[in-house]
Design a protein around this ligand. Structure first.
Ligand code: FAD
Length: 117
């Protein structure tokens, strides 16, 4: 049971933020303009600056310094974000996600049709 009329804790904020970020990456253009590439790059840099969990934001900013956003295409952005999320998963002891499956998870739904209803 999840209360939705209360302030978000770290885990719910994280879960919902990943949902937005992966969905945004899934619908990013295949051939983004230079302007879109720069804006998406800046979006992640700004997110790291204002993400409202201090320890998360600090580690996230460090991660972006090591591995800056790759915004050259939908595919590249999705794979980059999957790697970033897996790095956070590793830090927290969570399972590593198979980055070959991001379109099924975040855009098309699973091949068995379980998301179709
Ligand atoms: P989540 O990690 O929230 O994942 C949600 C869903 O995404 C999963 O159910 C899975 O289907 C899918 N998924 C998992 N991995 C991937 C992947 N690699 N690529 C694509 N899809 C995937 N929490 C902390 O305690 N400390 C931190 O320092 C911290 N830093 C964070 C930094 C950022 C930028 C964000 C967005 C969140 C951070 N969090 C942090 C929160 C943490 O990552 C989780 O969101 C939270 O612990 C809830 O985890 P969850 O098990 O619900 O799944």
């Amino acid at each position: 049971f999840m209360r939705t009329d209360c302030p978000l804790d770290k885990d719910l904020l994280g879960y919902q933020t990943w949902g937005l970020l992966h969905t945004m990456a899934a619908y990013y253009p295949d051939h983004p303009t230079p302007h879109q590439q720069r804006d998406m790059y800046n979006f992640f840099m700004l997110l790291a600056q204002f993400y409202p969990c201090a320890t998360c934001a600090r580690d996230f900013a460090n991660l972006l310094r090591v591995r800056p956003p790759v915004t050259s295409s939908r595919r590249e952005l999705g794979q980059w974000l999957c790697w970033i999320h897996n790095t956070v998963n590793r830090k927290l002891g969570k399972p590593i996600f198979d980055c070959a499956l991001i379109d099924e998870r975040w855009k098309d739904g699973w091949e068995d049709g379980s998301c179709d209803i």
